[in-house]
Design a protein around this ligand. Sequence first.
Ligand code: SF4
Length: 362
Amino acid sequence: MNFFNSPIHSWYSLYKRDLPWRRTRNPYLVWLSEIILQQTRIEQGLSYYIRFTEEFPTISDLAMASEDQILKIWQGLGYYSRARNLHFTARFIHEHYQGKFPEDYQSILALKGIGEYTASAIASIAFNLEYPALDGNIYRLLSRYFGISEPIDTGAGKKLFYNLAKELIIGTDPGMHNQALMEFGALQCTPKNPDCRSCPLNESCYAFSTKRISELPVKQNKTLQRDRYFNYLVLIGNNNTWMRKRVGDDVWRNLYEFPLIETKDEISIDKLLEQKDFQEIIRSELSVIGDISTWRIHLLSHQRIHYRFIRIRLPNEINVPDNLIRVNKEDIFNFAVPKLLETYLNENGLDVLSDRNTGSQH
Ligand code: SF4
């Protein structure tokens, strides 16, 4: 398979991006980088990686941290289950492996939050084991170069690509090889408009010679997106607001948020005021509705969140439900919150939590 591997390995030594996790074979740091970079662009993940390695230089430092501390540093990256699993697994390794990362593939795969791709990446980069790590970049590259039209998201397709990738990795430096293929897919064989003219594989690439680049790779299932509608109530009283910790099995579990009413669609404010959920939170007739933001959309992998913020001034604090935590407005940035709340606070500043802009009485 040298006709394929050699040009990519040479290309990688010339053009790879200089990134901190490429300068180490420490399994903890490789794992950390892989988890941060899942569903995250490198430019965005880099600062998080640096922050995590500064705050928690070893796996045991991460294990000893509190979940609130970890979620706060993770804030803005999204997919918060990654941070919670990171913490769980750090504790597990600290307790069961005396802080030393397990060195065989099956033990790595058994760790919470680590799937086949991540286990292969760690096994190959940190321990030189010949496990192919297939990410979206590698699927695309293999599909185009070898002309494979089997869908990449079916069991049969995954097996076919895995077997091919396994053949390719034999006899290489597996960590370098996996990273070279990923980087080549990310920078050279890009999803749209790949630079085929300068590609070292163009003379033997199936997709290039048959002009089928835009058709490959093939995907069978398009992700179904669910629409949800969130009405955040920004309660205000004497420079305080009220938040709650999100519970339940949810991407934002254990993050803090304003009390929230989920509705079936973008309902009017009058309809919202009639809702039982609303009246359970806003119990006083003397509460005053202030600004109402326009609806916006926040995209998650399987959900489209339509959301808005409704400022409400409370006449007194006595009537606030017990599950809400009173937060002085100056302290709000100490709480780990979902990205859409962070954006709202950054755009509007702390002023949005002051007793200004009163509107109609509820
Ligand atoms: S020639 Fe084009 S499609 Fe083929 S591997 Fe190179 S960049 Fe990808």
